[in-house]
Design a protein around this ligand. Structure first.
Ligand code: GDP
Ligand code: MG
Length: 319
């Protein structure tokens, strides 16, 4: 059954592709088999992460970016991990209708991912779905995530180009963004530039980049700031151009290799920790754990020593 599905997917069948993604998402054994079989067909897609606070306009921007990429004849994939995304059904009806016009286009494949799941589940499901879309023939794959949770940040970090979307008047939020996301952004977007305060936000971001000057100089890439109005086409082509330029920088400097190695490393680590977690939960002696917990509460043993005891016993190695 899998071979037939994979063959259909490789021939551009969207339904077979959707089915394969569902399988890699939900069935660990099948995921393994599918990924091994399709892996030789992957490696051509360019991955663009789009992140930022909820409501910043990420999905609306994506809708426009899909259009521009389609004009260039690119086959486009979208993976939305944003729970408020029109793709995941959390948006206003109008937004959802706007997105859906792409669903009849054979050159566009849109997929949403459940945000809830087991530890590392989302990251694994996303990277597997990326591989399926890559093998399907996508030239570019956009991954939309809300830049809030650590898991989402970790996912977007593995993209080739990371686009961070902000909006005017996020004074305090810019400080918050600085903490987690500043370092991973390759392109900054000030969306809703039709609203008041876009210039001030531009100034603030630019100042922040000036303060980080040494880092950009070392990296050889200073993230450009693009102002957009996603509800119109304003700035969209500039954003697409900035993404292309970052790609050229990565390819020209050999940085792309480093990024891909990083991605592979993150992936292997995720698989390993997932397997270890599974091994432990399968072998865990629940009675023994509750006994230990009693002892922790009674101050007979500390939590670290208790954890070591459990791990040593379940894994059979000294930790
Ligand atoms: N005024 C204005 N509204 C926008 C712009 N971009 C998006 N919006 C609106 O902002 C809301 C949230 O957009 P959405 O794309 O779902 O944001 P997301 O949560 O970041 O994906 C929607 O009602 C959009 O129509 C813009 O550039 N200007
Ligand atoms: Mg969204």
């Amino acid at each position: 059954m899998l071979d037939g599905l994979i063959e259909r997917m490789l021939n551009g069948d969207k339904r077979a592709t959707a089915r394969l993604i569902t399988l890699v998402e939900n069935d660990e054994e099948k995921a393994r088999e599918i990924i091994s079989k399709i892996y030789p067909y992957t490696g051509n897609a360019y991955i663009v992460g789009i992140t930022g606070p909820p409501g910043a306009g990420k999905s609306t921007l994506l809708d426009k970016l899909i259009r521009v990429a389609r004009e260039e004849g690119k086959v486009v994939g979208v993976i939305a991990i944003d729970p408020t995304s029109p793709f995941t059904g959390g948006a206003l009806l109008g937004d959802r209708i706007r997105m859906q016009r792409h669903s009849t286009d054979p050159g566009v494949f849109i997929r949403s991912m459940a945000t809830r799941g087991s530890l590392g589940g989302l990251a694994k499901a996303t990277s597997d779905a990326i591989k399926v879309l890559d093998a399907y023939g996508c030239d570019v794959i956009f991954v939309e995530t809300v830049g809030v949770g650590q898991i989402e940040i970790d996912i977007v970090k593995t993209a080739d180009t990371v686009v961070l979307v902000t909006v005017p008047g996020l004074g305090d939020d810019i400080q918050a963004i600085k903490a987690g996301l500043m370092e991973i952004a390759d392109v900054f977007v000030i969306n809703k530039a039709d609203k008041e305060g876009a210039d001030a936000t531009y100034f603030e971001l630019n100042l922040m980049l000036d303060l980080e000057k040494e880092r950009w100089e070392r990296r050889g890439w200073r993230p450009p700031i693009v102002e957009t109005v996603a509800t119109t086409m304003r700035g969209i082509r500039d954003l697409w151009k900035a993404i292309q330029e970052h790609r050229e920088f990565l390819e020209g400097s050999g940085e792309i290799e480093r990024k891909r190695k990083f991605r592979a490393e993150e992936e292997v680590k995720t698989i390993i920790s997932g397997k270890i977690a599974k091994m432990i939960s399968e072998r865990l002696d629940e009675d023994e754990v509750s006994g230990l917990i009693e002892r922790i509460v009674k101050r007979e043993i500390d939590p670290y020593s208790a954890a070591d005891l459990v791990l040593e016993k379940t894994l059979g190695v000294k930790v």
